[in-house]
Design a protein around this ligand. Structure first.
Ligand code: SF4
Length: 347
């Protein structure tokens, strides 16, 4: 991994992003923001799974006004997602949000943007310039995809800086991964502001997680990125879980359990799949880092199990259970899941 890009730290509510802060996990609510109770419930559930920043869509004035109650009922920074109508940004700021996301593709009137920037400045509220390949300003149509995205972001950065505003974060999201990577690489060279990473409209959980892991992962590996969101057509809890998996895969954050399990093959001496499924279910509520390794035979089993907090090495319809590198039990195949649960609970 290359050294992390030295971005300008930025406060969003009670949280610092950028600089040497941990890479933060972000998600977006999928409820109707005007349904305050449902939105608060969803955010609280996301908080339980480690979501650190939440964004809500603001389609109309009722949604903007709802943000005040939502903000007072949650514990993580709240971002208002604004498109088309600058008055929604002003109302969201008035409601007390911790940040705005403005899309330069559909908020083009400079006087209106200036009014939003002035109000954000008075409240010291940051603005994310959130470029999306699907809604680029028409003025950059001649350039390639990444060039257009970077140009759109830079135009807005320059405008905000000219208004003496630097509480800025930038994102350049596209569905196409090479395009996204090229755009972020270019902007990372060109601006000190923290970058929010994401692959837009990435898809259903299986495809979307792979796309996001590749796009976000490659950039993070290059030291680019300060916050991430995995965009999935799914329960947003999965977005948060996928986000942490990406950070854990690159050793960028420790969070919750890590399950190592062998794919099984013709050497397998126990039926690992139901055991792995059961253990994964049991790990769900755990937030502390914990490594569990499950292997179905003695080829890699003892080695992997010894390196984990709790491990299993299968053999001849039995299995050896390891805790912190030592065998603590050998038991029959039908009791292995229970024995693993017990060891996990003890840790
Ligand atoms: S640990 Fe054993 S069963 Fe699992 S994949 Fe390797 S050789 Fe096959």
């Amino acid at each position: 991994m290359t050294l992390r890009r030295n971005s300008k730290p930025l406060r969003i509510g009670g949280l610092t992003i950028g600089g040497s802060s941990p890479i933060r996990i972000q998600s977006m609510t999928k409820t109707d923001t005007r349904d305050v109770a449902a939105t608060i419930n969803q955010i609280r559930r996301l908080e339980e799974y480690g979501c650190e920043i939440i964004r809500c869509a603001v389609p109309d004035m009722e949604a903007a006004e709802a943000l005040g109650v939502i903000k007072r009922s949650i514990h993580i920074p709240l971002i208002a997602d604004i498109h088309f109508d600058y008055r929604l940004a002003l109302a969201s700021l008035k409601a007390g949000v911790d940040g705005l996301r403005l899309n330069p593709g559909n908020l083009r009137n400079l006087e209106q943007i200036a009014a939003v920037v002035q109000a954000a400045k008075e409240r010291e509220t940051p603005i994310r310039i959130g470029v999306n390949a699907g809604s680029l300003p028409p003025s950059f149509e001649g350039d390639s995809g990444p060039q257009r995205m970077v140009a759109a972001a830079k135009e807005q950065i320059n405008f905000l800086e000219a208004l003496d505003f630097d509480l800025i974060k930038v994102s350049l999201k596209a569905f196409d991964i090479p395009q996204t990577i090229a755009a972020y690489r270019a902007i990372a060279q060109d601006t000190p502001y923290p970058l929010h990473l994401g692959i837009t409209e990435a898809g259903l959980p299986f495809e979307g997680s792979i796309r996001s892991a590749l796009g976000i992962g490659i950039l993070l590996w290059e030291g680019i990125g300060d916050t991430i969101r995995v965009s999935l057509t799914a329960d947003p809890v999965l977005e948060v879980q996928a986000g942490y998996e990406i950070l854990k895969c690159l050793n960028l954050r420790e969070y919750g359990p890590t399950l190592v399990s062998c794919p099984t093959c013709g050497r397998a001496e126990i039926d690992l799949l139901p055991i792995a499924d059961e253990v994964r279910g049991h790990l769900k509520g755990i937030r502390k880092p914990l490594k569990v390794a499950l292997c179905a035979c003695v080829v890699n089993g003892p080695g992997e199990a010894r390196c984990a907090d709790v491990g299993l090495a299968g053999g001849k319809r039995k299995g050896a259970i390891f805790r912190k590198g030592k065998v603590v039990k050998v038991t029959d195949e039908d009791k292995l899941a229970e024995a693993l649960r017990e060891e996990i609970d003890q840790i």
